[in-house]
Design a protein around this ligand. Sequence first.
Ligand SMILES: Cc1cc2nc3c(=O)[nH]c(=O)nc-3n(C[C@H](O)[C@H](O)[C@H](O)COP(=O)(O)O)c2cc1C
Length: 176
Amino acid sequence: MTKIGVFFGTDTGNTRRIAKDITTALGSDAGKPVNIRNASVSELLGYDILILGTPTYGDGQLPGLSTGNATPSWEEFLPALEGQDFTGKKVAIYGLGNQKSYPYEFVDAMYYLYEQFKNCGATMIGAWDNIDYKFSNSKAIVDSQFVGLALDQENQKELTPIRLNAWLKILAQVLD
Ligand SMILES: Cc1cc2nc3c(=O)[nH]c(=O)nc-3n(C[C@H](O)[C@H](O)[C@H](O)COP(=O)(O)O)c2cc1C
């Protein structure tokens, strides 16, 4: 069994592309990235370490059919986690958003994943400093940090490889 499971939701492909970058960087430590619409809870429970990606849609919502996405996504998956036990699992989240167009809901969806997995007993890792972003509000800020890696492919694409690399180094330290 591979050590790290990478699961993502997406509508237009950005979050999938980052998932691929992550698995490429992790090499044999990670399995192939899986779209959450094709995944089951037991598949997630098969890993001790999870990296979960989500874009934000609607007005600060999880991706899914109610936000106009073409397919089901995290919105439809999350209720299946109710009552599941992720104790002993380490979970890191990354989120894509647009801080210029959605300055009051920037990467909010990360918070909903964070809250749900925390409630399931997971150890949440990979908090990220709010540096070099310009937005007014985000639910994903907890204790002055993002609950996971915040990426903006529309406005700060050039920062993504740098941020991703730095974040994976932070994760590697925690996972050592
Ligand atoms: C209709 C629509 C609503 C969006 N709502 C938000 C939002 O509330 N907050 C945010 O940070 N980004 C929002 N975004 C930006 C997306 O999260 C961003 O484009 C992301 O990269 C899309 O990821 P995907 O290609 O994996 O679907 C929205 C984009 C669209 C098209």
